[in-house]
Design a protein around this ligand. Structure first.
Ligand code: GDP
Length: 210
């Protein structure tokens, strides 16, 4: 998949404002400052792609980017901002809940975390939504350049253990948007999600066929 062709399409504040539910898409989520924008920029080889999602007024929206006519990347609202009123958080939760449950074209979630931070309650919530919807999750442990090789390896193993039970289709990779470490793996994993073969209406067929 040539992610370099990614272009901003549209932003949605509510589920009914999303573009038509056709083709395939992969969503990106992450706590604010984890490096979600840097990861999207590294993936697409575009320095400013995700800046679009950071312009005032857009940080609380779902921002859609097209890669081809029927392939999209979706930048979900960054979470973890200290000063978001509860009522706004509840509205996001409703929109995201609706999105994860209803969006047929959604093939998987890339969850960008700072490798030095433990998973938050909201990350757990995202894993639960994906698990309920039968969606695979790629957990990108970003800022791996901040830790030693040994610490990185241990954190990846621990995270697989802690979060793997909440989502059986979870994959964890170490990544550094800064050093472009893990970029080939990220590209391959997102491409695989977008190409995942499936029967209509079945997001994550049981590999055992049962
Ligand atoms: P977002 O809020 O999740 O979109 O995060 P940004 O992509 O804006 O990054 C937040 C901060 O982390 C910025 O200062 C980035 O330069 C820094 N950052 C992002 N990725 C990395 C990384 O892989 N390593 C290091 N050391 N810093 C990073």
């Amino acid at each position: 998949m040539n992610f370099r062709n990614a272009q901003y399409l549209v932003s949605a504040a509510r589920y009914d404002q999303c573009p038509p539910d056709e083709g395939v898409e992969v969503a990106f989520a992450g706590r604010s400052n984890a490096g979600k924008s840097s990861t999207l920029n590294a993936l697409t080889g575009q320095r400013n792609l995700a800046r679009t999602s950071k312009t005032p007024g857009r940080t609380q929206l779902l921002n859609f980017f097209t890669v081809t006519d029927d392939v999209r990347l979706v930048d979900l609202p960054g979470f973890g901002y200290a000063k978001v009123p509860t009522r706004v958080q509840q509205a996001w939760n409703r929109t995201l809940d609706h999105y994860f449950r209803g969006r047929e074209s959604l093939q998987g979630l890339v969850l960008v975390s700072d490798i030095r931070h433990e998973p938050s309650a909201f990350e757990q919530q995202l894993l639960d939504w994906c698990s309920d919807a039968g969606l695979p999750v790629l957990m990108v442990l970003n800022k791996a350049d901040k830790l030693s090789r040994n610490q990185v390896a241990q954190t990846v193993l621990r995270r697989r253990k802690v979060c793997g039970s909440a989502n059986s289709a979870l994959r964890v990779i170490a990544f550094s948007a800064l050093k472009k470490q893990g970029l080939d793996e990220l590209r391959a994993a997102v491409t695989a999600m977008l190409h995942a073969e499936q029967a209509p209406g079945e997001k994550n067929p049981d590999p055992t066929g049962e």
